[in-house]
Design a protein around this ligand. Sequence first.
Ligand code: URA
Length: 480
Amino acid sequence: MSFGLSLPEQGTFEAWREAARRAISHHIPPDQIDWTGAQGLFAAAPLPDTEGPHRPQVPSAFVALARSVIWHSSPERFSLLYQALWRLDRADGAPLSQADPLGRRLALLAKNVGRDIHKMHAFVRFREMPATGPRRRFAAWFEPEHNTLEPGSAFFAKRFADMDWIIATPRLTAEFQDGTLRFGPAAPRPTLPDDASESLWATYFANIFNPARIKLDAMRSEMPKKYWKNLPETRLIPEMLQDAEARVQRMRAAGASQARPGAAAISTRYRAAMPKLPDRAPALPETLDQAREAALQCRRCNLCEAATQTVWGSGNVDAALMIVGEQPGDHEDLTGQPFVGPAGQTLKEAMQQAGLSRDQVWLTNAVKHFKFTPRGKQRLHNTPDRGEIEQCRWWLGLELAFIRPKLTLALGASAAFALTGKRDPLAARRGKLEQGLHNGPVLVSWHPAYILRLSDRQQQSRALAELTEDLRRALAILQG
Ligand code: URA
């Protein structure tokens, strides 16, 4: 071995690329470079300072692979990548192919890195720290298996852009402050206070835990035990497992309990509008709280698989007006509250114009889980389909049964279908009263997200004015 170097912990990819370029431009073969710096300064010469005359053509697939493999913790990663580069340059076989041992090795390293980043996104748990300025501050401690803090942090910068946060790891620290992400050396493990987000995670985890469906092996593979020590919710696992059989019994017993008569009348009508569920007679909750608890476990359709949590209604339980939207969006899915994102802001403004406050109404959605398509780091809204709306009607029926609003306002086509069973175009129905499946009046209006999507300014102001007018009308109906 004649050359040796060691690469920095940050900016590793750029440093490796630059060194590899210099090495290959001088035709230095792979077995003459020690990338680990293990031979010490005196045993090996540094690489030449400048590039030689040779400029290899590198396929973009190799660059993409290298950008991933570089974060693996294996000390061999730099040399394996350089071997591949060397062979590509010499047209020596197909070093990126799965048929080649080197290609298989590199693909496995890249896969491990991808999985580690995915686990980081799933298992970093922030705790709130005392704030010194206007932005909320959070900190987390995480122990990735590979060097994935750098490639994995952009996800958090996007998700939690309006907060300041730190993710400390044994090797590196990521700090996001005032919209700028920086990396620094490892700092001592921060002392993390207990806070409300911990109970939120615990609640979320308790809710996705279905005692009748325990698959321990699958659970350990999804959430490997090595992550447990930094996850608040895993404290619940032993207890939940112990209680699982008893919970299944309780769920069965609850299935046979008598329904509250008032609730039954309405929810039966809503249930009748649902497609027949094979052999499944859901227990009728006897209170709004019981209904909410049950909804948190809902698995009626597949939307629960990708969504973070069930977003149940919120507001005044004695409200005379219930406002029903389509489904939670990205913000709602993360916070568990309906109408807290951009559409919620538009609705709030229209309500204020109409003289209505949020605590006068019960706000909810036709579908209680966020339906989306992941696109890069974003989650793009998808309209729920008929089957999903029909499955979720069960919960809407219960909300109507327990809140007993005098009037319901349907925002958009999905809510109008959920409440009335009719799918006629909205333009002809907006501003009119219809009969709901629960026999109560339903006023139909535009969905605020539809208003936000209108690109024509005039159309947009008109639609907003119409939504405001409908809210005023709702108030007038209730007062008159
Ligand atoms: N859109 C809805 O229909 N509901 C929400 O809660 C948020 C956006």
